[in-house]
Design a protein around this ligand. Structure first.
Ligand code: ARG
Length: 586
């Protein structure tokens, strides 16, 4: 059950009775709360189709709906808008259903099998802010999908199979050619190298720069990559170590963000299915030869720009990022039985995904009923309006970023005199949670496609539309509940609102289901962020006006406590869907 769905259904019936499509009955929250709580704008498009004046249709609908006692006021405005307000009785009844439901009114929809591909770190590279955005947005979408009832897997999709691997191999060989990894005749165990991610990270730009300048070096890296992919034992053994070193560091970073994955797969995971896949595509006549390489034509008649063929295998037989992405779709569809694949990746990879998805459709790897979506996002920018960097102009390491936000949280906590007398470890834990809330909410409160300014001062503030403000609101409501319980009060059935702030809070609380559904439909967690802020704001207004402990009518007092409790449950759920934890006390 959800309030807007209910209202839309009632208005839909009225449209139907008037001989019109019930879809015109869609009810939305009013843009003009002074005129009504909700509005239905379907009379205008209905009028075009029916060839009747919109006001006449709207009046007809108003007349039909007014016979329904649940509406306090239904009125016609402008060229044919319908403004709607509920009776307080009806509103209390609807909200009671939400309060009684462990899922807070959010229906469990028929589940699809979803996979979210996010994070996407690479071997030998620290995660940068692009990976951070992917991680934060992807984790939130996964949580939302899961809460709605979808069978959802999250995959870190590790970048571990491209030319960077060959580059690292030749670089390590250059530094220490005696190592047995490079001896093709070597039999026996391989030594364990004592390298860290920092070492690899220092190595990578050097060799990558050399490859850019020196064609012979680039050729060596290409051959090493090819031989690695073909299964040369020493290279595979070395690869495993490079992979594990990088993966351990990334896992630590993800854990410090509070993010988990179900699958820690990567580009290399699908290696063994690439040859058979290409053979199948070959037999199906999808693959063509082009200058020795194998390609799939993916242009379509109404393409505006140029759409070059999709490269499945290079002329030397080597595989690319595109190849592993195509084989990964096959794996996700055939083995993991996924119906919807969401790729949370930087908008700058749009063209790549457009190509991969087209190739997957052309090749029958993803039939049309399989959803393939690139969930693109913009950049997190520094004060110069360019993608965020360190003061020295380098890539900011995720670890340093987390230290930065934790420190900012610590400062804010002491400025606001919050949690100052708590034990050190609890205070540190609170600072960690507040820092992450600042970071995550700062990101998720923007629509994912927009570029935003990383403004730590603003993000970490306990005032305004911020993660820490919402966290603090939730903690405060927890303590209100504790105090009320200590005073011997208990929750009771909702009674019709008697105050404006109470009514407004009830209206906001009743919107939870559609907000969550919409956030998933649009793959846009910012709807949840926005709504959580609305909820906290309306709650604070209500709490200022309605003094629970001093209320003399016991029924109203018990009803208010139910509202407080419901606000807390919704707020905790919303923050959880954004990946934000609420401390017990602050
Ligand atoms: N590793 C890639 C990068 O750093 C992101 C991977 C995204 N996922 C994918 N299936 N291509 O850009």
């Amino acid at each position: 059950m959800s309030l807007l769905n209910d209202l839309s259904r009632i208005f839909g019936i009225a449209f139907e009775q008037a001989g019109l499509d019930p879809a015109f009955g869609a009810v939305v929250v009013s843009q003009r709360p002074d005129l009504g709580q909700f509005q239905c704008n379907g009379a205008l498009p209905a009028a075009k189709i029916a060839g009747r004046p919109p006001r006449e249709i709207a009046q007809d609908i108003v007349d039909r709906v007014q016979r329904d006692g649940r509406f306090g006021a239904v009125s016609l405005a402008g060229p044919g808008f319908i403004n709607i307000s509920l009776t307080d009785d009806f509103l209390a009844g609807e909200l009671q259903l939400v309060a009684d439901d462990p899922r807070l009114g959010v229906p469990e929809i028929p589940a699809s099998r979803v996979l979210v591909d996010y994070g996407g770190p690479n071997v030998a590279k620290e995660m940068h802010v692009g990976h951070l955005r992917a991680t934060i947005i992807g984790d939130s979408l996964k949580r939302i999908a899961r809460f709605l009832g979808h069978d959802t897997l999250g995959d870190a999709h590790f970048g571990d199979w491209g030319t960077q691997m060959g580059m690292l191999i030749i670089e390590i060989a250059r530094r220490d050619p005696e190592l047995p990894f490079f001896d093709p005749d070597y039999v026996g165990a391989y030594p364990t190298l004592s390298l860290t991610l920092d070492d690899l990270e220092a190595m990578y730009p050097l060799v990558s720069a050399r490859c850019a300048e020196d064609a012979e070096e680039a050729e060596r890296a290409r051959i090493a990559t090819f031989e690695l992919q073909q299964g040369r034992p020493g290279y595979r053994a070395l690869w495993q170590q490079l992979h594990d070193i990088s993966m351990a560091a990334h896992r630590r970073d993800f854990a410090s963000l509070g993010v988990e994955f179900d699958l820690w797969n990567g580009e290399s995971t699908v290696h063994d299915r690439i040859e058979p896949m290409i053979e199948r595509l070959d037999r199906a006549g999808v693959v063509e030869e082009s200058e020795g390489a194998r390609v799939i034509g993916i242009d379509e008649p109404d393409d505006k720009g140029d759409m070059p063929p999709f490269l499945v295998a290079k002329s030397d037989g080597g595989f690319l990022y595109s190849t592993t992405d195509l084989a990964t779709i096959e794996e996700r569809v055939d083995d993991l039985r996924r119906q919807l694949l969401l790729y949370v990746v930087d908008a700058r990879q749009s063209f790549h995904f457009e190509q991969v998805f087209r190739a997957a459709r052309r090749g029958g790897i993803a039939p049309v009923d399989i959803g393939l979506e690139h969930i693109k996002f913009g950049t997190m920018n520094g004060p110069d309006g360019k993608p965020f960097q360190t003061r020295k102009g380098g890539v900011l390491k995720l670890r340093d970023l987390i230290s930065m936000v934790t420190e900012a949280a610590q400062i804010r906590l002491s400025e606001a005199d919050i949690a100052q007398d708590y034990p050190d470890d609890e205070r540190a834990e609170i600072a960690r949670k507040v820092g992450l809330a600042a970071l995550k909410f700062g990101d998720l409160s923007n629509h994912r496609t927009s570029n935003y300014l990383f403004d730590l001062d603003r993000f970490a503030s306990f005032e305004g539309k911020t993660g820490p403000y919402l966290q603090y609101s939730a903690v405060r409501i927890k303590s209100i509940m504790r105090n009320a319980e200590e005073a011997g009060l208990s929750r009771g059935s909702l009674v019709p609102a008697g105050f404006e702030t109470e009514r407004n809070l009830m209206l906001v609380l009743a919107r939870l289901p559609e907000v969550i559904e919409r956030a998933f439909e649009l793959r846009a967690p910012n709807h949840i962020a926005e709504y959580a802020y609305d909820l906290a704001t309306q709650f604070n207004r209500f709490y200022e006006e309605c003094h629970i402990l001093r209320e003399e009518d016991p029924a109203r007092q018990a009803s208010w406590l139910t509202l407080v409790d419901l606000t807390l449950k919704e707020l905790i759920l919303l923050l959880d869907l954004l990946g934000i934890e609420v401390p017990d006390r602050m």
